[in-house]
Ligand binder design. Structure first.
Ligand code: SAH
Ligand code: MG
Length: 195
């Protein structure tokens, strides 16, 4: 039997950046209200968000991609514990190298923050009509507000990349994005219908 609390504990002890509680609740509500049936997730980690989404109802199908072998193995084990192998398809590999077939109602981008624009541009082609792209960690723990105060060069570069992604979303002519101050900062991007 799987236990979500066990997964949360494991994440905390091992510093796995699983989605925050209110961010998760926000996405779960979106899935319910919009009757989302298919999800493509970029960044599985230990499977926590994928398992939570699959548990909403049995008709939801999730494909999730993870490049780290240790995380992948842990996610595989967890998905089995919850007996969700039929609902969750786990792919090992870099999401920028893999090609996924099919169209998804929801694409959840939650992997390497520096690559967000690339993930968006690549996977928008897998979006179903009226589908949305949801991105997590746009606040990056509050750091995106004042990048000049960050001393570590690498961290500053990462934060600047996240801010570039925000600009990319704001200026996007194809997709309209709403920003939500929930969890660690979440966006919902929808294709603009021409008409
Ligand atoms: N969605 C998870 C948390 C994901 S943490 C949850 O909320 O439960 C981010 C994960 O993305 C890490 O495990 C990392 O290894 C993975 N990742 C980062 N870049 C990736 C890439 N290019 N392709 C696939 N996985 C990637
Ligand atoms: Mg996240």
């Amino acid at each position: 039997m799987g236990s979500l609390i066990e997964l949360e504990k494991y994440a905390q002890i091992n510093h796995v950046p699983i989605i925050q509680k209110d961010g998760l609740e926000f996405i779960i509500n979106y899935i319910k209200e919009n009757n989302v049936q298919s999800v493509l997730e970029i960044g599985t980690a230990i499977g926590y968000s994928a398992i939570n989404m699959a548990l909403i109802n049995k008709n939801i199908q999730i494909t999730t991609i993870e490049r780290n072998e240790t995380m992948y193995a842990e996610a595989r084990k967890n998905i089995r514990k919850f007996n969700l192998q039929k609902q969750i398809t786990l792919i090992l590999g870099d999401a920028l190298d893999k090609n996924v077939q099919g169209q998804y109602d929801l694409i959840f981008i939650d992997a390497a923050k520096a690559q967000y624009i690339k993930f968006f541009e690549k996977y928008k082609h897998n979006l179903a009509p009226k589908g949305v792209i949801i991105t997590d960690n746009l606040n990056f723990h509050g750091l995106t507000k004042a990048p000049e105060t960050i001393h570590s060069k690498n961290l500053r570069a990462l934060v600047n990349k996240i801010n570039k992604y925000k600009e990319f979303l704001k200026n996007n002519k194809e997709y309209k994005t709403d920003f939500y101050q929930v969890g660690d900062g979440i966006t919902i991007s929808k294709k603009i219908e021409k008409g």
